[in-house]
Design a protein around this ligand. Structure first.
Ligand SMILES: C[S@@+](CC[C@H](N)C(=O)[O-])C[C@H]1O[C@@H](n2cnc3c(N)ncnc32)[C@H](O)[C@@H]1O
Length: 206
């Protein structure tokens, strides 16, 4: 087991894990997997890496369609909740994304995890390095916001107030990702009365 490089984030998620799926925000995010899968066809022999898998929002929806899902997260408690869901072809892996990965994948997916990592260029490079040639990314996160989405950003380990698609595309291209496309996935209705858009970013490792 490796030592997470983001202990603040892990602590917040460890504390929240048992109630994670019941949170109003998680219930809104429940529509993300079907929307993602409608745009990102998967294959029966694919091995998918879910970065920041948490309790398995994406992993559990993807697992029935593919050979294997590796659910990677620094939070042992979040992964324990996922493990208890009993999917035979989901392997949980508790480590930091930057600790190195033992194999390569056909697809890297992620939902609402990238904004917890400070170095986005290094993160996208880690995704590209984790893929086979021709492998694909499908990444969901917040479009640039003003910091009001999470509220207590420091306690929640928030490193970015969403992302500007053009800036993210430039970093992904530097990492060797091509055919990059963005789509509007859905809006998150916040109790503050505002709506926060989520993007889906897709691309392919050259
Ligand atoms: C907001 S949660 C999203 C969980 C899940 N994808 C969902 O949408 O419900 C972000 C997750 O990313 C994980 N995470 C943050 N930084 C990480 C890192 N450097 N390596 C691996 N996982 C990380 C956290 O532990 C947390 O479970």
């Amino acid at each position: 087991m490796t030592t997470p490089s983001t202990p603040t984030t892990a602590t917040h998620f460890d504390v929240s894990a048992r109630d994670w799926d019941q949170r109003p925000m998680s219930q809104q995010l429940a529509s993300v997997p079907a929307r993602l899968l409608a745009q990102v066809p998967l294959h029966a022999d694919d091995h998918v890496l879910d970065f920041g898998a948490g309790t398995g929002l994406l992993s559990t929806a993807i697992a029935p369609q593919v050979a294997q899902v590796t659910a990677l997260d620094t939070s042992a408690a979040m992964l324990q909740v996922l493990h208890e869901k009993g999917f035979a072809n989901i392997t949980t892996r508790q480590q930091d994304i930057f600790a190195g990965l033992p194999e390569r994948y056909n697809v890297v997916v992620s939902c609402m995890a990238m904004h917890h990592v400070a170095n986005t260029a290094a993160l996208l490079q880690a995704f590209a390095d984790a893929l086979h040639r021709g492998g694909r990314i499908a990444l969901v996160d917040l479009v640039t916001e003003d910091g009001s989405f999470h509220g207590d950003n420091e306690a929640k380990g928030v490193q970015h107030f969403g992302f500007a698609p053009a800036a993210l595309q430039a970093l992904a291209e530097q990492a060797g990702v091509t055919d990059i496309a963005f789509s509007h996935l859905q809006e998150m209705q916040h109790r503050n009365g505002r709506a926060y858009p989520l993007f889906l970013m897709t691309g392919c490792k050259a």
